[in-house]
Design a protein. Sequence first.
Length: 410
Amino acid sequence: MKPLRFAMLLLAAGLLSRLSAAERLTVTVTHSLDIARPAETISIPWARVASALPGALIHHLEVRDAAGHVLPYQVTNLVPTLKDATGRGDAYGELLFQHDFAAGEKSTVFTLVKTEAVTPPFPVKAFARYVPERLDDFAWENDKIAHRIYGPGLAAPAPAGSGKEVLVSSGIDVWCKRVSYPIVDRWYNKGHNFYHKYDLSEGMDMYNVSQSRGCGGTGIWNGHALAVSSNYHGWKVLENGPVRAVFELTYDAWQADGFKVAETKRFTVEAGHNLDRMESTFTVTEGSAAVLTVAIGLHKTPTDKGQDPKIDFTPQTADGSLTQWVVQKTHGELATAVIVPNAAFSGYAEDKVNRLVLAKVTPGQPLHYLVGAGWSAAGEFATEKTWTDYVAACAARERSPVTVTFTTTP
């Protein structure tokens, strides 16, 4: 073979190799726990994807697990007003997908591949929305559980003779689900009283919030009393499935112990989890306070009338957690929990209607915690131990996150 031709073949082979290498990205995910990590969310900066896969498009991409199965994924758009003028994904934040780590499985590999075919949309498993048709509720759900918070429409006074419902409460409601598909829109369409009274095999709203903290509402604790906000004032959806939904609610300033404080609460709702991640940032608007004692509460008696409940609370100081297990007369067992998984945890307290987990917070600095619920009729939590074990595993996962590394391969 002539030297020039041979050199050209080598050059072409090298070019093809580089082009091939630019078509896939290998992602290795590891962790150090022995326990299972179901529905572990893996997050990859889109900038890393775009660097390894030049020209990658969010609808021409596959995420494959070690067995070659194509996984559902989500690409977040953190700045919705920013346009992707260059085609490089400048407006994108993260690529998200999930994996069920079995007990003892501490490492696995995924491959990201550009495709010619269009990737169809994946089933939505995390969803949030403002509900103007029900007095400004804000509702959210995943494939495990659903919740809502009350808005300004519900707090507004009722016009004479209107019969409008009025409730001033920043507590968090629970909607118990038997099914994995979305139910929020279906239940609202059926009418407010329907999902309170009936369970037609999908679940029901059996949780009583009233003016309590419900399942994880916040307040400011002064050592003997709780100061709480009114209903949320503003809302913003930042991400909305299929894997993760993120939204923020804002609360107007309220009077605490010698000062006024406002709150912005960010919710992160991921598929496959009964507990949501929360991030509350408190701002002192009048007076002064160097450190706040924030209380995150669980309603002491959250059942409907006539349920004759038997209720257990289990604090775990090492995890900064508090679990609740409620045995009901006819609706099965209801479970709730709070975890403050960092150095902010500062103990427990209670008032007449709430058991409280306390945290020390600097104004303007976010407080991270987890809040959520489960239901025995959904099939996963048959006993109180299964619930407390689940919450303990969630706390362990928060302390020991996964590690993600990358390799560009042909």
